[in-house]
Design a protein around this ligand. Structure first.
Ligand code: RIB
Ligand code: CA
Length: 307
């Protein structure tokens, strides 16, 4: 049984990732920790509660950091909607969030069961960076860390060179990449290279379960946004790709280990992912970069969550 802790900023694609994990037969969501990212902490936490309600999952939710470590950044309401779930207008969930802060929960959960939990981080890394500062042994106590973030060829989706999660809190990303030791990364470029096709999208939209209706309501704005930008129906799933790899590592068909850092001070490059592709830094690799994935299997995992 894969036991998951999900650090997230729901977020439409975060929702898809959590839905796939919730429905996966050989996985259990042990906890969800929320962070300010796509929308405010209040909204990401409310959205996490709604998503777990829809999926019928009774996992605790811990609210985390409402601000980045250093500079405040804007969210991604343009893509995810003002409410973070496609302006779908779901009523607030009666489910309470826990009183314990997410950073303390991330530390407590790993120390309670060293080696038992897989951590999937699909938002800005603020919570993880602080948890790492409070407990530097944390990387040895999580079985694996899976991260969605970064633009490995600096083809940014937020600035010209930076991806949203790393740009939203570059200092946090720099700390986690430098001090976690080893993690697996799904980047923005890998996301763009593994889209769902129009046929796959239509098959998902044709499903008729209550979960499928939720998927349609929260995703229609994102689908329209992507079609307008890219000129054809497509669905990019950064967080779902990361979650799918955590659930089934064999989904990765090609990966490379490299030394990766995050730029903190460039006027044009703050939040840029700097990859030592040629091994010239002399530093040991700290990231397994997922490069080629079985997209159809990822699609199957989401489809299974909507039936
Ligand atoms: O760049 C994509 C990432 O930013 C995803 O995690 C998405 O949810 C947004 O947070
Ligand atoms: Ca996210």
């Amino acid at each position: 049984m894969m036991r998951l802790v999900i650090d997230t900023d729901p977020g439409v694609d975060d929702a898809h990732a959590i839905m796939a994990a919730a429905a996966y037969p050989n996985a259990r969501i042990e906890a969800v920790t929320t962070v300010r990212g796509n929308v405010s902490l209040e909204r990401t936490t409310a959205n996490a509660r709604t998503i777990l309600d829809v999926m019928g999952i009774n996992a605790p939710i811990y609210a985390g950091c409402g601000q980045a470590l250093v500079a405040e950044n804007s969210g991604a309401e343009g893509f995810h909607g003002a409410d973070g779930l496609g302006d779908s207008g779901y009523p607030a969930s009666p489910r309470p969030a826990e009183k314990e802060h997410a950073v303390h929960a991330l530390i407590r959960l790993a120390n309670a069961e060293p080696g038992a939990l897989t951590l999937v981080a699909i938002g800005p890394l603020t919570n993880l960076a602080l948890a790492l500062r409070l407990d530097p042994t944390l990387p040895q106590k999580y079985r694996r860390l899976m991260v969605m973030g970064g633009a490995i060829r600096s083809m940014g989706n937020t600035t010209l060179t930076a991806e949203f999660n790393f740009h939203a809190d570059p200092e946090a990303a720099a700390i986690v990449l430098r001090d976690w030791g080893s993690l697996t990364l799904v980047s923005w470029e890998t996301t763009v290279e593994h889209p769902f096709s129009e046929t796959q999208i239509k098959a998902l939209l044709a499903l008729d379960s209550p979960r499928a209706k939720f998927f349609r309501r929260i995703s229609q704005g994102a689908l329209a946004f992507l079609e307008q930008i890219l000129g054809h129906p497509t669905l990019l799933e950064p967080d779902l790709l990361a979650m799918a790899i955590a659930l089934e590592p064999e989904i990765v068909q090609r990966q490379e280990a490299h030394f990766v850092q995050v730029e903190l001070s460039g006027a044009l490059t703050r939040g840029q992912t700097c990859v030592d592709w040629y091994g010239t830094s002399g530093e040991q690799p700290n990231v397994e970069i997922a490069l080629e994935l079985n997209t159809n299997r990822v699609w199957e995992l989401l489809r299974a969550a909507l039936t």
